[in-house]
Structure formats: structure tokens, C-alpha cells
Design a protein around this ligand. Sequence first.
Ligand code: ADP
Ligand code: TZD
Ligand code: MG
Length: 560
Amino acid sequence: MTAPAMTDGFHLVVDALKLNGIDTIYGVVGIPVTDLARLAQAEGIRYFGFRHEQSAGNAAAIAGYLTQKPGICLTVSAPGFMNGLVALANATTNCFPMILISGSSDRAIVDLEQGDYEELDQMNAAKPYAKAAYRINRPQDIGIGIARAIRVAVSGRPGGVYLDLPAEVLGSVLDMEIAKKSLIQVVDPAPRQIPAPDSITRAIDLLATAQRPLVILGKGAAYAQADKEIRSFIEATHIPFLPMSMAKGLLPDDHPQSVAAARSYAISRADVVILIGARLNWLLSHGKGPLWSESARFVQVDISPTEMDSNRPISAPVVGDIKSALAAFNAALKPGQIKPSTAWLDSITERKQKNVERMAARLNADPNPMSFASALRAIRNALAKRPDVYIVNEGANTLDFARNIIDMHEPRRRLDSGTWGVMGIGMGYAIGAAAVSGQPVVAIEGDSAFGFCGMEVETICRYQLPVVTIIFNNNGIYRGDVSSGVPSPTGLIKNARYDKIIEAFGGTGYHVTDTPSIIKALSDALEAGKPALINAVIDPTAGTESGHIQGLNPKSALVV
Ligand code: ADP
Ligand code: TZD
Ligand code: MG
């Protein structure tokens, strides 16, 4: 009698991922997952090896956002897991689907705290920061464990899932026939969630009473890939729209109905607001005064029922997925039923024009050293004919100015610090975006922000990804030190040559101090389609502390 064919945990994990259409893993290997990555690669899954798990996790999270499939991050136990956990928590906070898969040590030893190699109760550590955390304790449960992780990550409000794989399970051997039967192909992992018809009627009735309606598009709307439905609703109703940062480009920023250039004006005067995939969190001043009017009423379209009334009463909640909800709006709308007043549209146009003219003076100046605005105008000009380019953006002033100055023309092309305002997502997001799209990426980075993830420049060079990183080098967090002496808490080394970092790995570095050189460097780098880094020298006195959110920064009355 011949022995039955056998398989093991490593193979089963790879088989389960492949069966569910997972084609890419981002991670850092070591005990006990080295063979897992090796095997995945041998079996045709793309593997991107990083220098730090946080960046691998950020790449996985943004890949999830862009594809609606969970991005996979693979790490070793305890410290590797903890490094990845920040990215998992950030993904959950931003509603991005990802799965953090970490190897773990011997449970018998971990649970009695007997001091194993890389000992940590990872599943319980992950729980507060993830949408769900699971551990697979037997090889025959790998199929169901991965199926559950996928479904939880992408269904309903997307988020991060932690999946714990003990070393022992990975190495366990199993009869091939039993193993095959244990695998699960998830059917319809993110089912449509069709909103109740009466919730659509209620919302349309409310919008029909509005004189001064306003649409706010959030990154949930971008995630939903309902671009056509959203555009036709906005254009049919003529309601002015305001994109949140990552929703820029859902409709082009130069669309006549965009009120981005008159944001506070439109928000403070709107009488009925329809939120589409945007939360009334700090980024929208919680829907409260002084920015918002007391009397404004809200329609909110969101997949999460508990988002309603979280900060302000929602008069017309529409709970469902945005694609289905907007299709239902479009089907139910009668011509002319929703009609913003002419006075409202005219006053917005007038205000936009005024603001654009005021901004123009700042944008057209060409100071030496460069200001944030002048450098960004140069980047905007270099990108004018490249709507395909993904923009990654972090920093404080670098983030705030770039959000306003760099127009977006395509959906899901702007990726930034998001809901947490976190630093360090830049290189991970750039790698994830390049990996899933194959398109060029321009990462516009504050010099401090870049420092959180800068070593991933080696990863970019190793995989020869078309990523151009532009560092806004103002020698510091918000601003550089102008005096000599002990470095201040916000200061970074003066005149750093970040361009040399990429040269160490064979990429192209540019050191630029004026706007024509930025345009040339960026155009050349995009043309080459190869890893490049532009060190753009910015006036160290130009920034403001905390950028545009100074109001959130408590100041000691006693410190001079
Ligand atoms: P922004 O920061 O751009 O304002 P948020 O991250 O605050 O956006 O809000 C995104 C919202 O979108 C979340 O409340 C989330 O539940 C919701 N969401 C995500 N995907 C979908 C979807 N497919 N359909 C409906 N709502 C969604
Ligand atoms: N740590 C993390 C993980 N996230 C943060 N947001 C911060 C620290 C605090 N922080 C900000 O909020 S912005 C910022 C830090 C450190 C850096 C700003 O400096 P920068 O940008 O060089 O990136 P500018 O253009 O100089 O303002
Ligand atoms: Mg800086």
C-alpha cells in the first residue's frame, strides 16, 4: 500500500490565498514565516520584501483601498507583528481592507509566559486595533480561517483583520485529501447592501426642500468605485460638491460644480448636506459651529448604520453601499426635483473666483529659496499632462499646501495621511500603489514625514518601481531651525542631501533649489519611469507650526 499524499500548513496557506484570488504579499520574513514567503513566491504570488513591517502593512492597506480586495501583510512574531500592527490600526481607522498575517511562537510557552523566542500573545494584542483578530490552531482550519479573514476585511465597513499563524500549525503535516476539502473559496465576499427604498425617498424629499444643498464626497465614495453613479447624481441635480482629500479626482477638480475653492463658504451656508462616504469627524469639524450652521440638515450615505448621529443628528440616514445607494437615487430622481437656487450657485461662483484670485498672487510668486506654494506650482505644471500619476502625500505644510494646489483628475489617485493624520505612510503607500496599478507614483513628502519610512527607498530601487519621491526639505518638522546651537524639538539637520540616499541604491537623485529645476527633474524622472528622489530645498521659515491645523495644537502659556 502506498502512503497517502501529504501536504502541510505552509502549502495550505498559499493554496487558500490563491484560491481566493490573492496575488500579492507585502512583508518582512524571518522565523517562522520565511518558507511561507518563499513558497508563495514559487507558487506565483508576488512577494514584496520591505525594510520595516509598518511600510509593508501600509502598502497592503493601500492596495486594499485601491482594489477592494484585502491587502496582505506578512510578518514574524512579536516585534515584527507589533511593527505591522500600527499599519493594521491605521487601515481600520481609514476603513481600508487588509489582513495582517503573523507567525507566532509556541502557545504553550507564550500562555504561561515562560519566555519563548519572540513571545507575545499577539491575537489579544491585536484585538483593540483590528476589526477582528483570529488564531488558527489546527492545519485543517487554515481554509476557514483565511475565508473568515477575507470576508471580515471587505464586507460592510472595510477594515483590518489580524490572523495569527503559530509556527506549529505552519509545519503540521496533513493528508492531502482532507486538506483539499478544508479550503474555502469565499463567494461574494462584499455583498451589495441595498438601502431601504423609503430611506431613499426620505433623502430625496429632504434634498428637494433645499435652497442651498451641498454634496460632500469622502474616501468611502472613492473606495466604492461608484464613479459613474456619483457623477450622474451630481450633474443631474446640479448640487455643488466638495471632495474630502482622498476623494479628490472622483470628479475632476476643475469641474464647474466643485466648491473646493470656496470650502468654508459652502459649508457654513449650506442648508441640506448630503455626506457620501465621509464621516463627520475632526476633518469636518464634527459638523459643529463655528464652521457649520446650526440649522443645516443632513443626509448621510454610509455602509455602517452606527455612523449615523455620531456627531450631529442625521435627518435622512441612507444605510447601504454607495454604488447601490447612488443607483437608487438616480433611479428615483424626477427631473428638476432637486434644484439648488440660482442665488446659491451664483454666490459660490463669485466666492470661488475671489479666492482663486487671492491665491494666484501667492502661487505666481517665485521666491528664492522656494516656498511651499512655488514648489508645488512647479510640480503641478510638470504633472499637468499626467492625470494617470498617483500622488502620495504626507507632512504638515507639505500636506496642506499640496492638497490645495495639486489638482486631481482621476478617481483614487490621491493617497495621503488620512483619518489619523499619520506620518510614515508615504513609501508604503507609494509601493502599494505602484504594485497594484503599474502606474507612476509621485510621493510628495515633508522631510520629517519621509524620515519615518525613508529606508524603503531601497525597496523601491530593488523592485525598480516607477516611484518619484519629492522631499520638501525645510530642515524640520513644520519649520527648520534658523539659529545655531542645540537642535530644537522641531529641527532636523540643515541642508541634508536626501538625494544621496537613493544614489546608494542605484536610483537617480536630484538636488533642486529653484522651480525650473523641479519641473525639469520631475519631467525627466517620470519620462525615465525609474526610481528617483528629488531633494527640493524649501525656505526653512516658510512653514507654520502644525500647518493648517494650528487650532488643534495646545500652547503653553508659560513657555516663551
Ligand atoms: P473622509 O476622511 O474622506 O471624509 P472617512 O474615512 O471619514 O472619509 O469616511 C469613509 C466612510 O465611508 C466610512 O464611514 C465608511 O463606513 C464608509 N464606506 C466605506 N466603504 C463604503 C461603501 N462601499 N459604501 C458605503 N459606505 C462606505
Ligand atoms: N508621529 C506620527 C506617527 N504621526 C504624526 N502626525 C506625528 C508624529 C506628529 N507630526 C505631525 O502631525 S506632522 C509631522 C509630525 C512629526 C511632521 C511635519 O514635518 P514635515 O512637514 O517635514 O513632514 P512640513 O512640510 O515641514 O510641515
Ligand atoms: Mg519639514
